[in-house]
Design a protein around this ligand. Structure first.
Ligand code: CTP
Ligand code: MG
Length: 227
């Protein structure tokens, strides 16, 4: 009974505006993807890691894998045109003995080994979960430039990854999505669409997704503080 980890890393980082995949940009001298992988390697829960990538990034990603000291298998899996397709490809490349899968964005490189471990412990009692944190801002619904509603903050959580699922359940949900033409931004939404329970695991405030250039400075600051 092992936990497998899939890391979507096949984006291009458009909002970052760099000349390469943002996951290759350095933070304190090490590529973003390397920080994500180091946390996964340090997590006792994770036995196997699959990284979904675009073929043109394979050589750079392979170099990162080679620089890490670990007994855990790290596999390259071809990514797709959307994150959803990348995850679908990852699910189809899981070893046959996998029963629990965590999915964690390569771009959330400040994740801690402890969060992976807590997520896997939770998943042993759940069909599916997302890591999330309570929203701190007041969220408005806006139409054009008019505020039409103020949402009740007690019910609002900001979704992060890891998200985790029993493998069969998520595979079936992805298969249904292909058949129905559903397009979603995270895997939990697929379970919600098919009416299955998704629970919350408390995420981490520092588990940000590195998306724009200013996130690089924030991420470096947090990593520096941890040293
Ligand atoms: N991702 C993926 N396959 C895609 C698109 C995204 O595996 N076709 C991955 C990214 O590499 C990233 C994660 O999904 O680790 C979250 O996506 P995001 O932060 O949006 O990254 P990008 O899509 O690369 O960035 P942007 O949306 O700014 O282009
Ligand atoms: Mg994207």
């Amino acid at each position: 009974m092992t936990c497998h980890l899939l890391i979507p890393a096949a984006g291009s980082g458009k909002r970052m505006g760099a000349a390469c995949n943002k996951l290759l940009l350095p933070l304190l001298g090490e590529p973003i993807l390397q920080w994500t992988l180091k946390a996964a390697i340090a997590s006792d829960a994770i036995a196997w890691i699959g990284v979904m990538a675009q073929p043109h990034d394979y050589p750079d990603f392979q170099k990162i894998f080679n620089s890490l000291i670990t007994d855990k298998p790290i596999r390259l899996i071809q990514g797709g045109a959307t994150r959803q397709i990348s995850v679908f490809n990852g699910l189809n490349a899981l070893p046959t003995d996998s029963d629990r899968v965590l999915i964690h964005d390569g771009a959330r490189c400040l994740v801690t080994p402890d969060l992976f471990d807590r997520c896997d412990r939770a998943l042993q009692k759940m069909q599916g979960f997302i890591a999330a944190v309570p929203v701190k801002d007041t969220i408005k619904v806006v139409n054009g430039d008019m505020v039409t509603d103020t949402l009740n903050r007690d019910q609002l959580w900001a979704a992060q990854t890891p998200q985790g699922f029993q493998v069969d359940i998520l595979k079936n949900a992805h298969q249904t999505a292909v058949e129905q033409g559903w397009e979603v931004t995270d895997d939990a939404a697929l379970l919600e669409n098919v009416g299955l329970a998704v629970q919350i695991v408390m995420g981490e405030e520092t588990n940000i997704k590195v998306t724009t250039p200013q996130d690089l400075a924030i991420a470096e600051f947090i990593l520096q503080q941890r040293k």
